[in-house]
Every structure is written in C-alpha cells, then in structure tokens.
Write a protein that binds this ligand. Sequence first.
Ligand code: NI
Length: 192
Amino acid sequence: MAILPILTVPHPLLLQKARPVREDEFGPALAKHLSDMAETMYAAPGVGLAAPQVGDLRRMLVMDATEDKDDDGKREQAKNLQLLVNPEIVERSRDKLRWEEGCLSVPEFWEYFERPRRVLVRYRDPLGGRHEEWFEGFPAIVVQHEMDHLEGVVIIDKASRLKRSRYLKKVKKGVIGGEAGSEDADSEGATL
Ligand code: NI
C-alpha cells in the first residue's frame, strides 16, 4: 500500500478526459493500484477519488460514501469501499438532490450542485468482473462527482465563472496552498 500525491487545480491532467481500462490491464496489478488510491482517499480524508486526481488517466475511481461517523465526527474507514473501473451511467432518476460538494483537488472550495438522486451504474471490478448497481442519495452524488473527473471536469468548472476565476486567482497568489483536503470546519459538505 502507498499514499499517492493528489493533484490540485490548475494541474493540466485534471482537465483531460480519461481513457477506458483495456482488457489486458485487468488483474492484480490494477487491484493493487486501486487499493493505493483507496488508502490515499482515506488518508486525505475524502469519500471518493478518481484516477486522474493521482495523475492516472484511466477510467477508474474509488469511493466509500458511508454516512456513519465515529464519535470524533470522522468517517469510519473502509466501511463500504467500492472500486469502479470503466463506470458508465445507464439510467438516471429525474428527481434531483442538492448537495454541497468539495473536492480533494480543489482545496478550500465548496459549492452546491444538483444532480440526479439515483443513478444506475455499470462498471467492472479490478479483476474484470461485471457489475450493475443503483446508487441513491449521497453515494449517487459521490459517484457522479468522481465520474466528472474522468471527463476532465472539476467542480470549479461547474460553478459560476466569477466564483471560478476568483478561486483560480487565489490559487495563483498562493493564498490557497497546495495542501489537498485541508480542513474546513465551517462546511458540512463532503470532500469527494
Ligand atoms: Ni473531486
């Protein structure tokens, strides 16, 4: 296991579209890489991490959207770890859920977004097994946020142009320092 460096905006790899994992890439090496991503996510701490955030432009993500928290307010670790390779949304509900999102690659930035409340996701596991699963509520928010990363989309790109440019100016000035997953006690949103 290893903790990988998390890229933050404006790193150019975060803006690139990831490619599908090829058949010959499934196997133990891929599983090992995904467990390193999971360890990185828990350490940050975050509830989701997509491969482009660690500089790997392949379509895969890890998430643990368990809402239970320990007494100290931290999320329990590895309660419901999910590893998704080549995920695709095959159905989405019409009703939406509004949630405040943060991102490990966009430190100190929070914004409310509306996304479908339920999504049916088809994906492979690291050894190549095929799965189809409904995600509902918070897990649906997380999986959709992580899948945006696979398209090269981060949350500042979905925010207003003003809020985006203000944020990027702060990063440029060094007001926001490259520490991924910095604490933001004021926000109740989750870092995805
Ligand atoms: Ni993110």
